[in-house]
Write a protein that binds this ligand. Structure first.
Ligand code: AMP
Ligand code: MN
Ligand code: MN
Ligand code: MN
Length: 287
């Protein structure tokens, strides 16, 4: 049996492990097919690919793009994307600029609240897709909170002094970038948005209409019951089912890397038409 993990993060965004170290961990943990899906960047894919080549893992080039749909922030995973595609990269550049501007505004608001410091500079490392987790780490390093979750709770969540909503791209546009790059658009962790059934169905209508092809049924943050509900929705909407841990590294993720729960019966896996490694290491088209 092939073990898949199609949602992971590295230091190219808010993960703890460098791309090569992440791939090494995944290999040790028995994963054979892994997607690197950093927030709004593909900067880690090349180095993950070299590591995967050395270790005999199959790397799926991916990205997790921040999008908005009405007043919700959604995460859309792009799998099998051509990372150099100009339409995808122009879109990601736009989000990188928005992320930097947002980090500056977060820093200003934190200063206005009495937390003196250049939190944007502290959060920004070269080549990184800067986000709230980096600001949280800087606040922890400065002693304003003991842990990253505490920094989120006290300063960075809605209603807190350092909260700034992201200015992401519309859902349909984001799916368009992924399609342009030849990828498959998968709605990440649908249960995390806390949408009522009717609203979730409306979201899936819009998602399918825009060209989305899959949803995460197994996700690090989903309960078994949520996975069963999402398996039913995947079937109803003729969507592929994906599996991903959303691993961010030791200390940042509740579960470690390793085999994920199996997809519930009746799901069509997102890898249905992929060319997959065989047990003997050769590559063949799955049927
Ligand atoms: P951003 O995209 O910059 O808004 O940051 C969102 C990221 O922050 C998510 O992908 C998570 O990795 C992380 N995150 C969100 N909420 C929390 C929290 N309460 N505690 C720790 N990390 C969080
Ligand atoms: Mn994250
Ligand atoms: Mn996410
Ligand atoms: Mn993620």
């Amino acid at each position: 049996m092939i073990e898949f993990d199609l949602h992971t993060h590295s230091t190219a965004s808010d993960g703890v492990l460098a791309p090569a170290a992440l791939i090494q961990q995944a290999a040790l943990a028995g994963i054979q097919v892994i997607a690197l899906t950093d927030h709004d960047t593909t900067a880690g894919v090349a180095s993950a690919q070299s590591a995967a080549d050395q270790l005999g893992l199959m790397l799926i080039p991916g990205v997790e793009i921040s999008a908005h749909w009405h007043d919700c922030t959604l995460h859309i995973v792009g799998l099998q994307v051509a990372v150099d595609h100009p339409i995808l990269q122009q879109g990601l550049d736009r989000l990188a600029t928005a992320r930097y501007a947002r980090a500056r505004q977060i820093s200003q608001q934190l200063n206005a609240a009495g937390l003196t410091g250049d939190w944007c500079a502290a959060a920004q490392q070269s080549g990184q897709s800067v986000g709230r987790p980096h600001v949280a780490q800087a606040l922890v390093a400065a002693g304003h909170a003991a842990t990253v979750p505490e920094a989120f709770r006290r300063f960075l969540q809605p209603g807190k002094p350092g909260y700034v909503a992201g200015t992401w791209a519309p859902l349909a546009e984001v799916i368009g970038w992924i399609q342009a790059a030849g990828g498959q658009a998968v709605l990440a962790h649908p249960a995390r948005y806390r949408l009522k059934q009717r609203r979730l169905r409306r979201l899936l209508d819009a998602f399918v209409q825009a060209g989305g092809v899959g949803i995460e049924v197994i996700a690090g943050s989903h309960s078994a019951e949520e996975a069963r509900l999402l398996a039913r929705l995947a079937r109803d909407y003729h969507l592929f089912a994906s599996v991903g841990s959303d691993y961010h590294g030791p200390g940042l993720s509740a579960r470690s890397l390793g085999p994920l729960p199996a997809l519930p019966a009746g799901c069509t896996p997102v890898w249905q038409h992929w060319s997959l490694p065989a047990a003997d290491g050769s590559v063949h088209a799955s049927t």
